[in-house]
Design a protein around this ligand. Structure first.
Ligand SMILES: *Cc1c(COP(=O)(O)O)cnc(C)c1O
Length: 344
């Protein structure tokens, strides 16, 4: 397979139109078969539901090359199930789980020359999404939808290794107690952008959102879940119904318990507990784990003992183990690696 002529080791995390994308349309109560297309433009009615009332959900996942030349995706059926849940919650027809995974395979196979080579640190980012394409003006769900999977090669989220982040506990709320915080929808991001720009202008990397009902418990950032490590080595993640269930975080909790033999717990985490933790990290597909060095709360800086120079030791073990599983250097738990294209 002839690869594209790209500087694979220096890719950013940016949109780039590549050869093929998958498109399926929902009309008259059913999804069509779907097809691969060369066309990066979407043509929809001026009154489409996505443009008026923001009916849209999405996913994010990666395909990458392994040492043996195979191309794999990490737990894609988890993304398929999550997207179906997200869709139902904003009154969209779910895209069938099995067909979602088949469509991911088709996109990766049709763009093999764009899958970064093993060892480059880069991967092919897959962005499945669906939106209301049919016209609506009175408030109601649309009758027509489009599901697309686009793909683009991306570099490691943090070039030159992960530098610990400086976070701030936000004065804004991300998710209402019985709202949409647990689904992966563009609407949750739209309303986080003002808080994001505000935090950046004040020199912080990300916001920490608290539960909006009591503002006493840690939830997540705009796009990643938390893992904390206690001073006696227990891995803790916040439990809440208004957090988006990160597949990376759920996988890391299994790695911590079953592979590293650590004590783990998923429980409500009070913002007042921050000063008691030894390490903190943010989990998501893009960066796997980003270490957190400092969190500012009500003007006070709370430094994690792991410091501002490098990942804490347990965070690093978790990171190395999960990335080792993904790249094939460590044996994967049953069903975690979906092979799209066989190696030698
Ligand atoms: C996508 C997302 C995450 C991370 O989920 P992964 O499945 O690990 O990529 C975390 N929080 C929010 C709000 C997200 O949208």
């Amino acid at each position: 397979m002839e690869k594209q002529n790209l500087d694979w080791s220096n890719l950013g995390f940016e949109y780039r139109p590549i050869d093929k994308r998958f498109i399926s349309n929902y009309k008259d109560g059913a999804w069509d078969e779907g097809t691969l297309s060369d066309d990066p433009e979407v043509r929809i009615n001026e009154c489409s539901g996505i443009l008026q009332y923001c009916q849209e959900v999405f996913e994010g996942m990666k395909a990458y090359s392994r040492k043996d030349g195979s191309v794999v995706i990490f737990r894609p059926e988890m993304n398929a199930e999550r997207m179906a849940n997200s869709a139902e919650y904003i009154a969209m027809p779910p895209y069938p789980v099995e067909k979602f995974v088949e469509a991911c395979d088709a996109v990766v196979k049709a763009n093999l020359s764009w899958v970064p080579p093993y060892g480059s640190g880069a991967s092919l980012y897959l962005r499945p999404y669906m939106f209301a394409s049919g016209p609506v003006i009175g408030v109601k769900p649309s009758d027509e939808y489009q599901f697309r999977i686009i793909a683009m090669p991306v570099g490691p989220y943090f070039k030159g290794g992960a530098k610990p982040l400086s976070l701030v506990v936000s004065d804004f709320d991300r998710a209402a107690p019985h709202g949409t915080g647990h689904i992966k929808a563009g609407l949750n991001y739209a309303m986080s952008l003002h808080a994001y720009v505000d935090a950046h202008q004040r020199g912080f990397d990300e916001n920490v959102f608290l539960d909006s009902a009591t503002r006493t418990y840690i939830e997540e950032t705009g796009g990643a879940n938390f893992l904390f490590v206690t001073k006696d080595g227990e891995v803790v993640t916040p439990e809440s119904h208004t957090i988006l269930p990160s597949i990376t975080r759920r996988s890391l909790m299994i790695v911590a318990r079953d592979i590293l033999g650590l004590k783990v717990s998923e429980r409500p985490v009070k913002v007042d507990e921050l000063k008691d933790f030894a390490e903190a990290g943010l989990c998501g597909t893009a960066a796997v784990i980003s270490p957190v060095g400092k969190i500012t709360y009500k003007g006070e800086e709370i430094f994690l003992p792991s410091g501002m120079k490098e990942m804490g030791p347990i965070t690093k073990k978790l990171y190395d183990t999960l990335t080792g599983i993904q790249s094939g250097d460590i044996e994967a738990p049953e069903g975690w690696i979906h092979v799209v294209h066989p190696g030698k």
